[in-house]
Design a protein around this ligand. Structure first.
Ligand SMILES: [Zn+2]
Length: 64
């Protein structure tokens, strides 16, 4: 399943694709817009079961 999630974010069909897109966005921002907020990780969506990018830190179950 690909396309638009109701979250409005771009959806990627699997983690590998999302990681690839994340890398491309980060590389481009580094050249074009340093310091801009950018996605930092991928996550599997609860709504559409696709993958999205987010700049929010991962929630940890417990502090290490
Ligand atoms: Zn989604």
């Amino acid at each position: 399943m690909t396309g638009l999630c109701r979250s409005g974010k771009t959806a990627y069909p699997d983690e590998g694709t999302a990681e690839e897109a994340l890398g491309a966005i980060r590389a481009e921002n580094e050249r074009m817009a340093p310091g801009r907020r950018e996605p930092t990780r991928t996550y599997e969506c609860d709504h559409c079961a696709d993958w999205h990018l987010t700049s929010k830190p991962a929630r940890r179950r417990r502090a290490l």
